[in-house]
Write a protein that binds this ligand. Sequence first.
Ligand SMILES: [Zn+2]
Length: 696
Amino acid sequence: MSNSNNDTDNKFFSSADEFNVETLEDAQKIITQLRRSIRYHNYRYYILDQPVISDAEYDRLFNTLVEIEEKYPQLKSPDSPTQRIGAEPLDAFEKYEHETPMLSLQAVYTLKDLKDFVTRVKEELGKDNLDFIAEPKYDGLAVELVYQNGSLHVGATRGDGYIGEDITSNIKTISEIPLSLLKHGEQEIPASLTVRGEILMYKEEFNKLNQERVNNGEKPFANPRNAAAGTVRQLDPSITAERPLHIFLYELVGASDYGFETQWEALHEIVNWGLKVNLEKIALCPDMDALTNYYQKIGEERESLPYDIDGVVFKVNRLDLQQELGMRTRDPRWAIAVKFPPKRKVTDLKDVKVQVGRTGKLTPVAILEQVNIAGVEITRASLHNWSEIEKKDIRIGDKVLIERAGDVIPYVVKPLTEYREGNESPIPIPEECPVCHEEVTVSEDKKIVRCTNINCPSRRRERLLHFVSRKAMNIEGLGDKTVQKLIDKELVTTLPSLYDLTKEDLLSLEGFADKSAENIIEEIEKSKTKHPLDRFLYSLGIPLIGEYSSRVLAQNYQSLEDLMDTSKEELEEIRDIGPDIAESVVSFFSNKENRKNVKDLLEKGLKIYNPYQETERDLEGLTFVFTGTLENYSRTEIKDLVERRGGRATSSVSSNTDFLIVGKSPGSKLEEAKALDVQILTEEEFIEFLEKKKKE
Ligand SMILES: [Zn+2]
C-alpha cells in the first residue's frame, strides 16, 4: 500500500535544498520524496487551508520536481503532482459504467414531507432515537472519483446514474482533488476506493468568468452550475485548467466494507486522506427539532454562502441501518433532499418603460407593484426583449410571475393569463426612440431594437456617464444628475466637448457654487494626465469591449493608431478576441464621427501610453522580490513588467535585493528582508513607485 509511512510533518521537505542527483537511483529517491512533500503541502493548502510553507518555497519544490522529471523522463508517472495539466484534447468522452449506480435522492419541498419521512423511517426500523446527518444540497455537477492503490484512477460524471462519462483528464486539473491520497489518520487507505461529491464554481468566480465571456462576445453561462458542468465537460483539459473549480465530497461508496459504522465517521476519516469534505457545514441531528433548525439555518445562510445550494440533504447516519432500509427503484430509502422553495412571487405588471443604452439599444423594463422576494423589495424586472414579450404574450395589467435568482436582475417568468379581465394591453415595439423620437431599427428576430440617432440625448448621456466612471476616466463629481443636466442644456454634446466645459457653464446649473464648480473643472483637467491605453479604450464605450478585452487589445497593439487601422482578420488572430468583438472594434473605428472624437480628445490634451509596450528601462539596476498574493498582478505578470522595464525579479531575499513587495499572507521572506534591512513596499506603494519612476 502506498503512502503509509508519512505520518509526521518533519518527513516532508519544506524547502528545495540543493539536491545531489547523479544517478537514476538518486533521482528515483528524490522524486519520491518530492512528490510526497508536494502532496502533503497541497493537502495543507487546499484541504486544510493551513499552509506551512510560503508559495515561493512551494514553487521551488515543484519546479525542482519538474526539472528532475524532465531529466529522467522514465520516472514520470501519471499521478505525479506535475501531471495536472497536459492531456491532449479529446474528440469525445469515453463512457464510464458506475460499479454502484449513482442514484438521485427523493426530493420534497416542505417540512411536513420531511416529518413524514422521519416518522416512516423510525417506524420501519422500530426505533425512537435515530441520528441523521445533515448537509447542504449543492447545486453543482455530481461526480465519482475512483482511487486505486492511492492514485486517482477515474473521474466520471453521473450521467443517467448507471453510465456516465470519463472526464479524468479534466478532473485532474482541479487542485482540490488529490491525484494521490495521503495517509494521515488512523485508518489504512483501502487499495480501491470510490468517493462521490459535487463539483462547483463559486458565485464570485462565476460572475468574473461571465464578465470575461461577455467582453469576448461569448454567450454567458446561465448559472454557476451550468458553468461548472460546461467546464468539466470540456474536451480540451487546458480550458478546464484555466477555470476555478471546487469540490465537496459527501459519500464513500461501500463505507461499511472498510469498517466504518457511520456516515459521520467515514466523512471525517476521508478528510485525513486528503479528500475535501465540507465538515464545517455538516451536522448530526438527533431529532426533528434539530433537523428543522438545520434546514432553517442553512436557508438563512444560503445567500451569503460562496457557492449555490438548492436545499438540504438528510441521511440516516448509521450505515447498518441504511442497509436495513435499502433502496426503492430509483432512490435510497434512508435519505431525503428537502429543497428550498423557488424565489418566485406573483405581482401586477403596472407599466413598461423603455431604456436607451449607450449603443442606442432599447430595452423594455417591467414596472411592478412592489413585492418582497426572499428579503428584497422588487419594483422592476427585466423583460429581456420584445421577442420574449411576444412569445410569452405578456401584457400591461397582467398578473405576472417574477423570479429572482442569486444576484441576477429579477425577470418576468410568465403572465398568469387565468387572471385576465379583458382590459390588459399588449406591449408593442416602439416605432420611435422614446427619448429623441427618431426612427428605430428592429432586427429580424425582434430581439434588438436600436435608436438610429447617434446624437440621441439618451445615448449621449449613457456614453458620458460611462466615460467619466471610475473604471474609465475616473472623473469624480460628475454623477447621474449633473450629467443629465449637462446633456439637457447641451453643455456637453460629444465626449471631447467635456473638455471645453467652463466654471461659468457649471455655475449656470442649479445647485452649483463656486467651490463645487471649481472642483469639477479641476477633476476634468486632471483626467488629461497619462492614461493607460486599455483604460482609454474602455472609456470610449465601444460595444462589447469591457475591461478585459481592452487589456487584451492593449497587449497586442503598440499604439492607439495601430489599433484604429487594424482589420477584422488581424483582430481575430488574437486569442480571446472573438469575431463579434473584432467586428465591433473595426466598425467603431471605421465610423467617421468616432475617429473624429478620438482625434479631438487627443487634441484637447489627453495623454495616453501603453503600459504593455514599455520601452523605457527605468528600473535598470534594481532587484525586486515578491512575497504573498498580489491583488492586481499574477506572479508572471509582475515579473514580466519588472523585466520589461530593465529591472530584475528574483525569488529569494539577499543583500542584493533593493525592494521586497509584500502582498496578502506574505511568507518568511518578510522576516528575511527585515533582518537584511531591505526596503519593504506594499503592492499599492509599489504601483505608486512605478508611476513615479515613469514620470521622472
Ligand atoms: Zn434616441
